[in-house]
Ligand binder design. Structure first.
Ligand code: FE2
Length: 399
């Protein structure tokens, strides 16, 4: 949020900027595109647009705006994601069944809630606005997370479509930065990890705490498609000794021979992108790899994945090319609470804390992450078999 203007107008501007970005991303998608749920982990565009709206209706208007009347009595059930304390909800893997409300009705829902929120900001007194500001920031950052998912989920859906539609034919994969020495030793010692001030952050980034880091060298650059192709040509996907047992079981069961959204045509590799099917660019960072694949690749390369602490120390020191904006980077750190972490009281305590088991931390941000949503302390997390996100890796070396 900018510092100029009244708090009410700053909230209005920040709110509408994020809400409009969601609609901009949905803009090229037809009502039919917005309906599809191509796998249980992905959600329809229409659902993302409605769910992010429900978040403001439920937690902001419903709890802080006296007299607010919800848009429709069924929507809390349809568009609550996982908040047990906010009541019963529709099954996550059946979101594609929700043909009604239509995309047009979801647009009306968004318009109704937007108008109510703007009116609320403009009529609330300063003390009330100060009370609700942190909640608004959570709501906006939540919606930005869903903006990224809108891209990953529609790309997965389009990759299942035999005609391989382009979300935007003009879209281009971001070019990597390739400057400086390839390997850099970290400043060995005790470092502060996590978010230390009161600027916006998710609760999982706190408490800041100390961690011993090093000796270690971390790769300045992301692993590229050329390096990944060498791994594939060397039989990497078939070499059981390179893999964790769960990883090799997943590779075998899924028949994986290449990263997600890749396909081989007449001996050449192509990948499905937001611009449709494109030849794999050897110089681009590898994308759509799972933790299992990243871990096997690191073993094949005689290296390791960094811990999230090592990543954070290197990023703070400016030692990483493309830390942000191309692919999230797998670390080998389990997604666990930082020492002393407690989820906040109430429904929003369900936002992060209850997911802190069996997942791995990714750091950085991706080509789909909206502007202003990245920070060095940001902790993303996914299950080790997940690869429909824009996920890649960089390596660490302890020799
Ligand atoms: Fe959500």
């Amino acid at each position: 949020m900018s510092d100029s203007g009244s708090l009410a107008e700053r909230l209005v501007d920040a709110f509408l900027a994020v809400r409009n970005e969601t609609e901009r991303r949905a803009g090229p998608l037809s009502p039919e595109d917005q309906q599809i749920q191509s796998m249980p982990d992905a959600s329809p565009t229409k659902w993302h647009r409605a769910h992010t709206t429900w978040f403001f209706e439920q937690f902001l208007l419903g709890e802080h705006c006296p007299g607010y009347k919800p848009f429709h009595p069924d929507f809390a059930f349809l568009f609550n994601s996982y908040y047990v304390s906010a009541g019963p909800r529709h099954a996550r893997h059946r979101r594609g069944d929700i043909t009604r409300p239509s995309a047009e009705q979801v647009t009306a829902y968004r318009t109704y809630v937007d108008a109510a929120v703007v009116k609320f900001f403009r009529e609330a007194d300063e003390a009330k606005l100060r009370t609700i500001s942190p909640l608004v920031e959570v709501g906006l950052n939540h919606e930005q997370q869903h903006q990224e998912l809108m891209f990953t989920d529609i790309l997965h859906a389009f990759a299942q479509n035999p005609v391989l539609p382009a979300y935007d034919p003009e879209w281009r994969f971001p070019a990597p930065n390739k400057t400086g020495a390839e390997w850099l030793p970290l400043n060995e010692g005790i470092h502060s990890i996590g978010h230390a001030d009161d600027s916006f952050h998710f609760d999982n980034e706190k408490p800041a705490h100390r961690a011993l880091v090093g000796p270690v060298r971390i790769a300045r650059n992301l692993v590229t498609n050329a390096e990944w192709l060498a791994f594939m040509r060397d039989g990497g996907y078939r070499a059981a000794p390179l893999w964790l047992m769960d990883g090799f079981a997943t590779v075998s069961n899924e028949g994986w021979q290449a990263p997600g959204h890749w396909r081989e045509i007449d001996g050449s590799w192509y990948m499905m992108t937001l611009a449709g099917l494109k030849p794999v660019d050897p110089n681009a960072p590898v994308c759509h790899v799972s933790y299992y694949e990243a871990d096997a690749f690191a073993r094949w390369a005689g290296k390791h994945l960094p811990t999230e602490m090592e990543w954070e120390v290197a990023a703070r020191a400016g030692q990483l090319n493309d830390a942000f904006g191309i692919v999230w980077q797998w670390t080998r750190s389990s997604y666990s609470p930082y020492p002393g972490y407690r989820a906040v009281e109430g429904a929003l305590g369900e936002y992060n804390g209850k997911f802190m088991v069996n997942q791995l931390v990714l750091r950085g941000s991706s080509l789909a992450t909206p502007g202003g949503h990245s920070r060095i302390t940001y902790r993303n997390f996914f299950y080790p078999h997940h690869r429909w996100q824009f996920t890649g890796l960089r390596l660490a070396d302890y020799d």
